[in-house]
Design a protein around this ligand. Sequence first.
Ligand SMILES: [Zn+2]
Length: 144
Amino acid sequence: MQRVILESPYAGGCRPDIYHTFWSDCRTVCEVQLPSGHIGRGNCETGALAAAMIARNRAYLAECLRDSLLRGEAPFASHGLYTAALDDAVPEERELGIMAGFAWGPAADKVVVYTDLGVSGGMRQGIEAALARGADVEYREIRG
Ligand SMILES: [Zn+2]
């Protein structure tokens, strides 16, 4: 099996169009569907809106992992693993998780970026690290 590092969003990203261009712009204009079905407005990186975005992004990560596995790959996603032990809202802990993820980079055959929900700042860091070490980067969309 080919070992792949999987990139997908973890926090935020309610608007992929803005997400793509500049991550922090998202904070002033967020509209997020909450578990209740209501639309929450505000900063999608804090409070109930952030929790809703993380839940959405985790569900998407599961779809990405499944897609990768069904292609015969062995995916690794640091944001699906280390966030169970670290607090992503604490910058030092977020950075620690990112660094630990990068440490696995050379063990992978390529990096696969799942783009249906946009490309977050964290994903961009992963892409840049992959390109810097000369790894293959493949972009995928799995939602029509
Ligand atoms: Zn937002």
